[in-house]
Design a protein around this ligand. Structure first.
Ligand code: CTP
Length: 404
């Protein structure tokens, strides 16, 4: 047990407590020793037997249980990570003001490990200045406070305030744990960044399209890492089948046309735009209103194509003062020379040049690239996880933004 990472799962009193059961399962099944510390209110939503059975550990809400073990000090001291999900407005408030009125708040005061809060509440409560200030205080002290997701809330209403999916929360926990005691680089705090991901589909008729193999993994890695570095992130996702990253606003799109509209809209107040999507250069000249039928005895009609706008070049040409615009260059030959020429042609600030082809880049977990800057600097990024490449891209973007 000693070498298992120790996670404290704090659970606040909100309906989303049921989703924390799934997060707990993911943590335990991947080899973490989890101690669940619900608030008294949380137990009104999900009872102690559920937490105890799923974690295989005792469950207490008050400092008066098992006093001989001094749990209010020990649990926090021994933790490698504390994650509070859902973090209600009340838990955030008590954490921000340093209250110690139940076991969870005692744990938060005694923990010296990374702390993640995943807030969930109604939109009005999330937007209230009191909650805004509490969140700002916790972030200033180094806690990771994930932005809630948008969507259906408890009643019939929708808005910002949903707990992100357990898979996305698990992903944040895993990354924060991997980072260990290393400080969170918050060099994108206060910045709005826009990332496009996936591959566009250009419709031929209501059921068919021309598309490409892009999975969106590199763009999602960029969105996740930017959020972890403190940015407000808009992810324009073209035909991806990946879970929404926690704390990221996701705008789903289909065609290049829709992608351009969504990216341009989000880019209006953005500090940086990174075009990681594989955008079709051409689209069918005609989009048939009805399904194209095969006609017996007739050869198939050739498909006439027209050019799509170069979205990246357009963004670079029209960018507001100080905005950093970045793109990707997928090349199969003369990789660097083609990349440099493409950077000049597109007029952007930097281009991530990578080799694509059979088994390379598309759909894989890893990538290898050279980041080429308009100023001439070139940063090779060795073969490694797409998140590592994403972090190197943000290093360059953050440096360029700071220099402006
Ligand atoms: N891109 C874009 N709009 C397009 C085509 C590409 O914004 N119509 C962007 C991509 O998102 C990527 C970059 O341009 O960031 C480079 O894409 P790539 O397909 O490598 O370049 P192309 O301009 O299509 O050049 P070529 O086909 O000559 O390789």
């Amino acid at each position: 047990m000693r070498d298992q990472p120790r996670v404290v799962l704090g659970v606040g009193g909100g309906i989303a407590a049921y989703k924390a059961c799934e997060l707990l399962r993911r943590l335990t099944e991947s080899g973490h020793a989890v101690r669940v510390v619900p608030t008294a209110a949380a137990l009104r939503f999900v009872g102690a037997p559920t937490w105890s059975a799923l974690s295989g550990a005792p469950v207490a809400t008050e400092v008066w249980d098992d006093v001989h073990e001094v749990p209010h000090v020990r649990i926090g001291q021994e933790a490698d990570l504390v994650v509070v999900a859902p973090a209600t407005a009340d838990v955030l408030s008590r954490a921000a003001t340093g209250r110690a009125d139940d076991l969870l708040t005692n744990v938060l005061l005694t923990a010296r490990c990374p702390v993640v809060f995943a807030p969930a509440m109604h939109t009005e409560m999330w937007e209230h200045p009191a909650t805004r200030e509490n969140v700002a205080t916790l972030r200033r002290r180094g806690a990771v406070v994930i932005e809630p997701a948008e969507g259906r809330l408890t009643g019939a209403d929708t808005g910002k305030g949903r707990l992100p999916d357990p898979a996305a929360l698990f992903d944040v926990c895993r990354r924060v744990l991997a980072r260990g005691a290393a400080p969170v680089p918050a060099d994108l705090a206060g910045r709005h960044v826009v990332v496009s991901a996936g591959g566009t589909r250009e419709p031929l008729d209501p059921v068919r399209y021309l598309g490409n193999h892009s999975s969106g993994k590199q763009g999602y890695a960029l969105a996740r890492t930017a959020a972890a570095r403190g940015a407000r992130v808009t992810l324009v996702a073209a035909n991806t089948a990946l879970p929404d990253p926690a704390g990221v606003r996701v705008v789903p799109v289909g065609s290049a046309d829709e992608l351009e509209k969504a990216v341009r809209e989000a880019a209006a107040d953005a500090d940086a735009v990174v075009m990681a999507a594989a955008v079709a250069d051409f689209r069918p000249a005609v989009r048939a209103g009805q399904k194209i039928k095969k006609r017996e005895g007739h050869e198939p009609e050739p498909i006439a194509l027209v050019r799509n706008p170069d979205i990246l070049a357009g963004l670079a040409a029209d960018r507001p003062q100080g905005q950093v615009v970045a793109g990707f260059a997928a090349e199969t030959e003369d990789v660097l020379a083609n990349g440099r020429a493409k950077l000049a042609r597109k007029g952007c600030d930097l281009l991530v040049v990578n080799r694509v082809g059979e088994g390379l880049a598309f759909g894989t977990e890893e990538n290898e690239a050279v980041i080429v800057e308009a100023g001439g600097a070139e940063t090779p990024v060795p073969h490694g996880p797409k998140e590592a490449l994403a972090d190197r891209v943000w290093d360059v973007v953050a440096r360029l933004l700071d220099a402006r």
